[in-house]
Design a protein around this ligand. Structure first.
Ligand SMILES: Cc1ncc(COP(=O)(O)O)c(C=O)c1O
Length: 442
């Protein structure tokens, strides 16, 4: 056997959500990162137009986060998550609770967005059960939603390509229609005018199943992964009102929209709608250490505490070995401090108009059928090549990377979500590079 080949080649690593064969034929390797930029193994500087994977909201290699992790690892590396505590996780939960409006102030820690979603779905059903409404088990998701890759999240999710390979999925799930409507809303700046009425469909689905069987409705307030699909004006308010009318919990999956992305701390603030639970991850630790959480309204937690579980037993039989891990907690505290010190959520709001203008300057380029934006997120939708969906956008992705810009593509949509530290000049550089890429596209 050939030892060097066995220990250092590209074969062993099965890459997630990656075209493995294409990648391994022409690898794109990143070896360093600082601020707004990555460094590739061939010594090039790559402008990060996507905050890694929607997670490095404060940019890269931030000193407070790095120092917090180093110090914590040296001081207290691990504590059993079950039946034991450590100060940092309580500090973090208390701090997070102050970031959310109203009584959204009980925090359950996980290690990823997918686990946050699974946890929220389980909490919803268990909550109804402890209140004596155990018939409520159905979850309502939405087409074109991404709620991670575990069975619950995939089942409430609405991406055919992610669902088709994995069997019958969860039973007791139904879906709302998605709200993406280019015929009425193309090239909108900010929230689309048309489509609030799509929320009324929830009444029809509820009537079909009977409200007494429905546990929760879960939506991304802005669908990120399927291409930045913004909620039509009034849509989320309608969902809230319908859920209230029928005693159904509303869950916002804020794994992408949280931590300043929309020019406000959370979508909850940006859109003025308060759900019963919020799922978070990614920007919670600036992507540096895996961590996620479910933020629940106090009444949900209280219902478990008021149940007749014997005092020596867990009120909720759910959790992860790494829930609230000390190093992750320290990373999150360092991240929140960085956001705070530098006023990054406010900065995102201040830069949003510059971002909007620059992005909409791409209108009129070849194949561009929509440009949309909100806060520091944006999308450029391309006309697909007939019979070859996603190919045109993937070509743009490769060309952008070769041109020193990291973008993300999903189907034929280019999704952009730069770190909140981006400057006006860098916005210009990003859109200039993208313009050149789009002009070269065939
Ligand atoms: C809205 C939403 N929910 C859940 C997830 C899954 O998060 P993770 O990849 O951390 O499991 C993502 C990831 O992009 C997401 O965008």
């Amino acid at each position: 056997m050939n030892a060097p080949q066995r220990t250092n080649n590209l074969d062993a690593y099965w890459m997630p959500f990656t075209a493995n064969r294409q990648f391994k034929s022409a690898p794109r390797m990143l070896v360093g990162a600082e601020g707004m930029y990555y460094r590739s193994d061939d010594g090039r500087t790559i402008l990060d137009g996507t905050s890694g994977l929607w997670c490095c909201n404060a940019g890269h290699n931030r000193p407070k986060i790095t120092a917090a992790i180093q110090k914590q690892a040296a001081e207290l590396d691990y504590v059993p998550a079950f039946q034991m505590g450590h100060p940092k996780v309580f500090e973090l939960a208390s701090r997070l609770a102050t970031l959310f409006p109203g009584d959204l102030d009980r925090i359950f820690f996980t290690n990823s967005g997918s686990e946050s979603v699974e946890s929220a779905l389980k909490i919803a059903n268990a909550y109804h059960r402890v209140r004596g409404e155990g018939t409520r088990y159905r979850w309502i998701g939405r087409e074109r939603a991404y709620h991670g890759v575990n069975y619950g999240g995939m089942s409430v999710g609405g991406i055919g390509g992610n669902r088709k390979s994995f069997g019958p999925l969860m039973t007791g799930v139904d879906h709302l229609r998605h709200t993406h409507d280019l015929a009425r809303n193309a090239f909108t700046k900010g929230l689309p005018e048309h489509g609030a009425e799509l929320a009324d469909e929830l009444e029809r689905i509820i009537a079909l199943h009977d409200p007494s069987t429905i546990s929760a409705v879960i939506v991304e307030p802005m669908a990120g992964s399927t291409g930045v699909l913004l909620p039509p004006k009034g849509y989320l308010q309608k969902l809230r009102a319908i859920c209230d009318r029928h005693g159904i919990l509303l869950v916002f999956d804020e794994v992408i929209t949280g931590f300043g992305r929309l020019g406000a701390p959370f979508a909850v603030d940006a859109f003025g709608v308060i759900p019963d639970m919020v799922t978070i991850a990614k920007g919670l630790t600036n992507g540096v250490i895996p961590m996620g959480a479910v933020v629940a309204r106090r009444g949900i937690y209280d219902a478990f505490m008021a149940a007749e579980t014997p005092r020596h037993l867990p009120e909720l039989p759910h959790g992860y070995t790494y829930s609230g891990n000390p190093v992750a907690s320290a990373a999150a505290l360092g991240t929140l401090e960085t956001y705070d010190d530098e006023g990054l959520f406010e900065r995102a709001a201040a830069m949003a108009p510059v971002w909007e203008e620059a992005l909409h300057g791409l209108r009129g380029l070849p194949h561009v059928i929509d440009v949309r934006n909100y806060g520091l997120v944006g999308a450029v939708e391309l006309d697909p090549i007939a019979g070859a969906p996603a190919q045109r956008a993937f070509a743009a992705y490769l060309d952008a990377f070769a041109s020193g810009l990291l973008i993300r593509t999903t189907g034929d949509i280019i999704a952009l979500s730069p770190p909140l530290i981006i400057s006006e000049d860098e916005i210009g550089r990003l859109t200039d590079t993208l313009r050149a890429v789009l002009q070269r596209l065939t």
